[in-house]
Structure formats: C-alpha cells, structure tokens
Design a protein around this ligand. Structure first.
Ligand SMILES: Cc1cc2nc3c(=O)[nH]c(=O)nc-3n(C[C@H](O)[C@H](O)[C@H](O)COP(=O)(O)OP(=O)(O)OC[C@H]3O[C@@H](n4cnc5c(N)ncnc54)[C@H](O)[C@@H]3O)c2cc1C
Length: 459
C-alpha cells in the first residue's frame, strides 16, 4: 500500500485521525476528498487480522459504493439474505427492497477489507502512517477545566440531554493539539500536531478514555467470539443466524450464533452475548462457542478438525453508549463512540457513517465554523441515531429475558412475513415516508420502549 510521506517537523495538519479501521479510514477519505490536509496513524500494518463476523449489510455496501469501492468488492462473496434458525424452525429472508440501499450484502474478511478503505483514503490524498501508535493526546494545559480526562465507565443516567440516545451530550471533551505517536518498527517517538483530532481507535479506545470518554453502564454491551472453519457450504447465498443458542446445561442464553459463508473455502462462525442480562458474566463464551459448533447443522461441516485456528473475541459497545462524542476540536467516531447497532451487533456501516458525518462537520469547522460547528456533530448523531438506538436498547432489554426471547422467537418463526418485517427494522432499512408493516411495527416498539426504562448502572 502507498503511504503518505513522513510529516515535516512542526507541521500542523488540518486533522489527525487516530485509527484506520472502518470509521477512521472513512473519515480520512471524506476529509481528503474534500481537499483537507489529513494525517492518519494506525498502530498495525495492513493487511492485519481484526476479530469480526466479516458481514457487510446493505447499509455498509452503500457506504463502500459511495467511496467508489464497490468494484473492489467484486471478488468477495455476495449474499442475498439471512437464514434464521430458532426453536426447531428456519426461515430464509431476503434483504428487503429499499430506495437507497442494495438488496444484497457481502462477506469479506477484515484482513482484506480494512486495507482497501485505508488505501482509498491514501489515494484521495490522506497521509497514513501505519505501524504507528498514538500513545497519548496532546492536551492544552491551560484548558484543564474543559473536560474530564481519564474517563471510565459511568453509572446509568437519563441518556444525555433530551434522553435521545447519546451518552453524555451535555459534556464536552477538552481541546487537543494532536498526539504523541510511536513508530512501532523503529521505536521512534514524535508529536503529530493538528487543528482537529478524530478519535477512531475502536472499542477499547485508549485515546478516547484519556480525553474523558466513558461508557454508560446501563446501555447494552455485546461480547462476541469468532473463528474460521473450512466448510463445503462456504459459498452459501445466505448468512445464517441461530436465535436459540444454549449453554452447557442446555439453557437458552441471551445471545445468538452465526455462520457467515466467505466464499473462499471458509465460513466465519461466532457467538454473541448481551450484557443486559446479569447471567452473562457467568457464561463461558469459549464453551458456548464449542457447544454452538457441535450443535450447528451438520451440512456446514463444523468440527474441531475443520477449525482454521482458535477463536478470538471482542467487545461490542452499542447504542451510542460511549460519549461525549465531541469537544472544541475533537470528535469521536465508530466503536470509540459506541456506535454499534444494538438490534443486530452491526458496526462496520455505522463506523463508515459516523466517520463520514464527522468529516462533514470537521469540514464546516475548518471552513470557518470553528468549535461551534462540532457541537452540530453531536446533535446530528442524536438526530440520526438517537431514537432508533433508544428503541434498540429497549429491544435488547426485552429479549434479554429468556422467557420473552423464547416466546417471541417461537411465535415469530411461524411467520415469514413477520420475520421479514423484523429484519427490515433490525437492519435499519425502514423506508422514509412509508407506513408499511415494519414502519408501523417500529412505532409499536417505540411505544413499548417508553415503558421499559433503562436500568441504572447495569453491566
Ligand atoms: C466478534 C465480533 C464480530 C463482529 N461482527 C460484525 C459483523 O459481522 N458486521 C459488522 O458490521 N460489525 C461487526 N462487528 C463490529 C465491528 O467489528 C466494529 O463495529 C467495527 O470494527 C468498528 O470500526 P472502528 O473503525 O470504529 O474500530 P476498529 O475496527 O476497532 O478500528 C480501530 C483501529 O484503530 C487502531 N488503533 C487502536 N488504538 C490505536 C492507537 N492508540 N493508535 C493508532 N491506532 C490505533 C486499531 O489497530 C484499529 O485498526 C463485530 C465485532 C466483534 C467483536
């Protein structure tokens, strides 16, 4: 991959992006495409492994197409919908039609995908330093009162101003002049300075926490494990989800299992759990994965012998659980801001979307709007995702009750129509200005959500 040239000593970039996952690379692409001087530091070197289900929904495909990358996906596995299993039944649900999104998705390993998007940002003019880790933010010492560096999990609250869904929207992050970075290959340390800083360092977000971001503990947190298996059905046209995964005692747990065909001889297999149910802490995810592999339909050919290596796991911060998302000259995007969709655990599309949104507001700030422009980013996040994620969080609380989950799934699995409409809601593919069944169902969920208050300080 072509990289940008080394930064000149003392040069102040328009924007420094920390992290080149989906959110950071998309943000860098849109900034560079608009002509701004953007530098990116990424601690790994592409291609690199990233623990993920490797599933791109129509929302993610749309963002990749907008970045001019759909052609680059041509060799990847295109799939047409979701096969859902639960309580002895299965349904094949094709992606719904939508005026703005395609009716297909792709699976592609993050090993291949993330480098493609990063390279696109470089081609658009971004300077990317790989194998370069941001160690700490450069804080303006005279503005110590502007934020609360050293954030940690915070107990529950009303969910931010207006309760619309962002974590702590009444607070702002402190001014930041860039970051001290270390070249992991040479060991050299230097400061990279910028007028604006984008925090895109993923779910652990060391830099975000150093600036003062924190997770709302009453918002759901996912925990998932995935592994690759060789499979005769590696090019199946449907991704598969299992809604009644069980622990070693045969009890249904609040989570799901998946098998995503990759089209390259392998399938991505995983299990995900939700933190809203207090029982999750007692569940051993490795054992859950073993029992899922054992119970999965035999035709997939999953077994310890077909495993390509041990599974790896990660956290899924959901529903805009982490905040604040903006400060005077800082924005937080993707997993660093908890932007994963609580309905389905999808985070790649929301990384691309929040990165793109941030780039638009940074462009405004750089064009003279200054700090005030960035408050618009937090507002727009609330407008775009606040209501949907609030309802998603309520949905998660509802299905975290095993009995409710059992009843809903066993009832739902009797109706393809019902599950198709639910898929439209869960994948955030409802049509604007349309009052179809899913849009009406969504309004009903909204009503239910109002009666399901968020627990203070849950997980
Ligand atoms: C098991 C699992 C399965 C999942 N399956 C799916 C799925 O199928 N589909 C889907 O849409 N989503 C899925 N997700 C969620 C998805 O992986 C994330 O939402 C997505 O990766 C978020 O992108 P991001 O750019 O915000 O963060 P990341 O992808 O985590 O990228 C952050 C980048 O920052 C770099 N970085 C971190 N710290 C520093 C630092 N200090 N300095 C420089 N660089 C740094 C990292 O190396 C990394 O490249 C899954 C998650 C898990 C854990």
């Amino acid at each position: 991959m072509v990289e940008g040239t080394n930064g000149k000593h003392g040069h102040v970039h328009d924007v420094l992006v920390i992290g080149a996952g989906p959110s950071g690379s998309a943000c860098a692409y849109w900034l560079a495409d608009a002509g701004w001087d953007v530098a990116v530091v990424e601690k790994k070197r592409f291609p690199r492994e990233k623990t993920c289900g490797d599933g791109l929904t129509p929302r993610a495909v749309r963002q990749l197409a907008d970045m001019g990358l759909e052609g680059a996906l041509a060799g990847s596995h295109r799939y047409h919908g979701l096969r859902s299993f639960g309580f002895g039944r299965s349904l094949e649900l094709t992606w719904p039609d939508h005026p703005d999104f395609p009716a297909y998705g792709y699976t592609i390993t993050r090993y291949d995908l993330d480098g493609l998007v990063c390279e696109r940002a470089v081609k658009a003019g971004a300077t990317v330093w790989q194998a370069t880790e941001a160690l700490e933010p450069l804080l303006a010492h005279d503005s110590a009162g502007g934020g609360r560096p050293g954030g940690a999990d915070r107990p529950g609250g009303a969910g931010g101003a207006g309760g619309a869904g962002t974590a702590t929207s009444s607070e702002v992050l402190p001014p930041c002049g860039g970051a001290t970075v270390r070249d992991r290959e040479s060991g050299e340390t230097r400061d990279v300075r910028a007028r604006y800083v984008v925090v895109a360092d993923g779910s652990n977000s060391r830099i975000g926490r150093a600036l003062g971001t924190a997770r709302q503990r009453n918002h759901p947190l996912g925990m998932a494990l995935r592994g690759y298996y060789r499979s005769p059905r590696h090019d199946d046209p449907f991704i598969e989800s299992h809604l009644d995964i069980r622990d070693a005692e045969g009890e249904v747990v609040p989570g799901y299992g998946w098998i995503f065909p990759l089209g390259d001889g392998r399938v991505n297999v995983g299990v995900g759990l939700l933190s809203t149910d207090r029982r999750w802490k007692g569940v051993n995810t490795s054992r859950l994965m073993d029992s899922f592999v054992q119970c999965a339909p035999q035709s997939w050919g999953l077994s310890p012998e077909s495993a390509c290596g041990p599974p790896t796991g990660g956290k899924l911060p959901m529903g805009m659980a982490v905040g604040p998302h903006a400060g005077e000259n800082v924005v937080v995007i993707g997993d660093a801001g908890g932007s994963i969709n609580p309905f389905n655990g999808e985070g790649i599309a929301y990384g691309y979307e929040t990165g793109r949104l941030a780039a638009a507001f940074l462009g405004e700030a750089l064009s003279g709007g200054g700090a005030a422009a960035l408050t618009g980013y937090e507002r727009q996040l609330t407008e775009s995702y606040g209501e949907y994620y609030r309802i998603g969080r309520a949905f998660v609380r509802l299905i975290s009750n095993p009995e409710v989950m059992r009843r809903c799934v066993s009832l739902g699995m009797h109706s393809e129509w019902f599950m198709s409409e639910l898929l439209r809601i869960m994948a955030n593919l409802m049509r604007p200005e349309r009052a179809g069944a899913s849009e009406i169902g969504y309004q009903l969920l909204d009503l239910a959500a109002r009666y399901l208050p968020e627990e203070p300080g849950a997980a």
